[in-house]
Write a protein that binds this ligand. Structure first.
Ligand code: NI
Length: 178
């Protein structure tokens, strides 16, 4: 496995819509390696999610750590994800991004979602997510459409450097970059 280079804000790859994948392509050895490399890269940089465009691969794939019912974290790949909000409830919370290092800001998003995607064998699956994991998959799916979390901020009042976030705001929540 390899650690991949992470594209930072300003690199055009982060602003392009990524292309959808065919299940047969998902099953190829190079794609399986890309998934494993993205998981390793996400862990190396202490992130909770990482999308294809963030590692210069403009394809509809992200990996994300999803908390399980027993409290453990399972890192899963999502291919061609499609998100549908459940209900009208929204939540405002802090987000960070490996492509916008050491910055935090608050974003309002739907609280509950259903995500449909293909797994690493190209098989469809679906899961309902509530709260933080729902936020993470929305943030990652945005990356596949060239959208960064800054674009989702209603105001920039909460835009905060990591040091100041740790000093003044971290007790409110402690989120990882995605
Ligand atoms: Ni991000």
């Amino acid at each position: 496995m390899s650690i991949l280079k992470v594209a930072r804000m300003g690199h055009p790859v982060l602003r392009k819509a990524a292309r959808a994948l065919d299940p047969t392509e998902v099953r190829t050895a190079p794609f399986q390696k890309l998934i494993d490399d993205m998981v390793e890269t996400m862990h190396e940089y202490g992130g909770i999610g990482l999308a294809g465009p963030q590692v210069h691969e403009s394809v509809r794939l992200f990996v994300a750590g999803i908390e399980q019912k027993d409290g453990s974290l399972r890192v899963l790949p999502f291919v061609n994800p499609e998100i549908t909000p459940v209900g009208a409830s929204t939540a405002e919370d802090w987000e960070g991004c490996l492509s916008i290092p050491d910055i935090r800001g608050k974003v309002v998003r739907p609280r509950n979602v259903v995500i449909k995607a293909l797994d690493r064998r190209g098989k469809p699956f679906e899961m309902e997510l509530i709260g933080y994991p729902a936020r993470v998959v929305q943030h990652e799916t945005d990356h596949l459409d060239g959208v960064l979390f800054f674009d989702r901020m209603q105001t920039f009042d909460t835009l905060t450097f990591l040091d100041e976030y740790s000093r003044f705001w971290a007790r409110e929540h402690d989120e990882d970059e995605a």
